[in-house]
Design a protein around this ligand. Structure first.
Ligand code: BES
Ligand code: ZN
Ligand code: ZN
Length: 460
């Protein structure tokens, strides 16, 4: 999609209007067509070269969705030019439009050739605002592409390659470590999970170091390029779409790309555990006891609770490799329980510092993502006890699974970092089989915009 800032509107361009009441000019026709002001309702009037999207209350978050809806509608038409006249420009106009225009057609024999030029007419608009918005949207689309790609085409080595490409293009440094490193550094948890796969596991470390950074931020992502469940095999219906288990890792890659492109004044490290959880003669087993990088022993009771094992070693690695971390945030499609608890559209935010959790929830609200804070408690923590190891990889109760997974991760966060750490469970919104908000069927890229808002909020 091309974005232009052209005061002149061309004849064959369709005008997009976001409305919270019926404009006089369409009073009659809207009555005829029974068009009402309801959230997300669309009125397409080709004779007038107009498209209307209604919201009961217009906000920047709604504008983002309205633009996406308008673009989705235009994808089904022959229009190649659109314009919007808007008083106060904000980045959501561009981001919403680009996200709505996204199509994943890698596996379609017929590609969608459609392109569109969006002309934004506004008084207070600067080129840099547009370019920054494009960076954000492009990174979200990077995440969608990664997550939507099949496990045959996207396995750990490809994730590492993708990270290296992002690094090369953006003045980021990139280190990739494999099994040899895991064995040499006592990372028994990540090593075990990927053992039955024909693809070697990779730990990816991207570093973005601008001059005079304000703070040091570490982002950690669960990059399960496929989660079959391992020997605790998933039932067939639950295995479908488990290519999306790399969603957290993809968010970290997308964030690194966006942060570098936006030249944010923070030192940011992105760590991704790229692993495939498979079955086979060499698979790790329920009953195994693994030793993580920090020396803690873990009794495996279910090989499908593999993300926390991978993240355990990634978190330990981050704290060993990087000194004086100010904030550490992990992203993971960690538990089905989180989806059961808060639904498909919402990220579960966990951690030990209420204010930090709240900051992340507010950042999500600011950019139109859904997130909610989930509360740890000491009773749930006790459910992770193991009789023969330091901790078990699943809880003794079937309730509160999102929190017990978060509490498991917390065991691998050092005491002095506990208040600086957040865990974002994106199992629900990362991949949804329906169109919702700015998101298409499939991968959403949720987490990128929220975390960018979070990082920007650290200034104040
Ligand atoms: N990757 C899954 C979680 C998941 C479920 C993500 C649905 C997206 C959609 C994770 O590795 C998993 O299998 N978790 C188990 C944990 C259980 C064995 C304690 C789960 O949620 O059932
Ligand atoms: Zn699993
Ligand atoms: Zn998983």
């Amino acid at each position: 999609m091309k974005i232009e800032l052209n005061k002149k509107i061309e004849n064959d361009s369709i005008g997009i209007s976001i409305v919270d009441s019926i404009p006089d000019s369409i009073k009659d026709i809207s009555k005829l067509l029974e068009y009402k002001i309801e959230d997300e309702s669309v009125l397409f009037l080709p004779e007038q070269n107009k498209i209307f999207v209604a919201f009961e209350k217009i906000s920047s978050q709604n504008t983002k969705v309205a633009m996406a809806i308008a673009m989705r509608k235009l994808l089904t038409t022959n229009y190649t030019k659109a314009h919007i006249i808007i008083d106060d420009f904000h980045s959501e106009v561009v981001i919403g439009a680009m996200l709505g225009f996204y199509k994943f057609d890698k596996y379609k024999s017929k590609k969608s050739p459609k392109n569109l030029t969006l002309n934004i007419v506004s008084k207070n608009i600067e080129k840099k605002d547009i370019v920054d918005s494009q960076h954000i949207a492009n990174s979200i689309m990077t995440v969608r592409d990664i997550v939507n790609t099949t496990p045959e085409d996207f396995y750990p080595a490809i994730m590492a390659k993708k990270a290296q490409t992002i690094a090369k293009e953006n003045d980021i440094s990139c280190e990739v470590m494999g099994d040899e490193y895991f064995i040499a550094n006592n990372m028994g948890a990540i090593a075990a999970v990927g053992r039955a796969s024909r693809h070697e596991s990779e730990l990816i470390h991207l570093s973005y170091k601008p001059q005079n950074p304000k703070k040091k931020i570490v982002l950690v992502g669960k990059g399960l390029t496929y989660d079959s469940g391992g020997l605790s095999l998933k039932p067939s219906d639950f295995m479908v779409n488990m290519k999306s288990d790399k969603g957290g890792g993809a968010v970290v890659l997308g964030l690194m790309e966006a942060i570098a492109k936006l030249q944010l004044p923070y030192e940011v490290h992105g760590i991704v555990g790229a692993v495939e959880n498979m079955v086979g003669g060499d698979a790790y087993k329920p009953d195994d006891i693994l030793t993580a990088k920090n020396g803690k022993t873990i009794e495996v009771k279910n090989t499908d609770a593999e993300g926390r094992l991978v993240l355990a070693d990634c978190l330990c690695y981050a704290q060993d490799a990087i000194a004086d971390i100010d904030y550490m945030v992990d992203f993971a499609t960690l538990t089905g329980a989180c989806v059961v608890g808060v639904g498909s559209y919402t990220t579960g935010i966990m951690g030990h510092d209420d204010r930090l959790k709240h900051r992340m929830v507010k950042s999500a609200m600011n950019c139109g993502e859904e997130a909610t804070s989930l509360p740890f408690n000491r009773y749930l923590k006790k459910q992770l006890k193991s009789e023969i190891a330091d901790i078990s990889n699943i809880a003794s109760s079937r309730y509160g699974g999102a929190l017990t997974a978060g509490l498991f991760l917390s065991e691998f966060v050092r005491d002095n970092y506990k208040q600086k750490w957040l865990h974002c469970d994106i199992a629900g919104p990362s991949f949804v089989e329906e169109i919702w908000g700015v998101n298409p069927h499939g991968a959403s890229g949720v987490g990128v915009h929220m975390c960018l808002e979070f990082i920007k909020s650290l200034d104040s």
